[in-house]
Design a protein. Sequence first.
Length: 62
Amino acid sequence: MLNLLLAIDTEALKKALEISWKGMLAVVVVVGIIIAVTYLMLFISKKAQEKKKKKEEAAKTE
């Protein structure tokens, strides 16, 4: 087992780790953007629903 660990090319490992962290960062950023857009759409939807409800209430009182 030790021979297998010692046979690892450290330069290749460094390159692989560099690619890996960049990929992981990209995934986290994309998930964050999706969450932000979802919350934004929810906020806009609630505001539109409240506006529609107020408009209906104003029409009933007239």
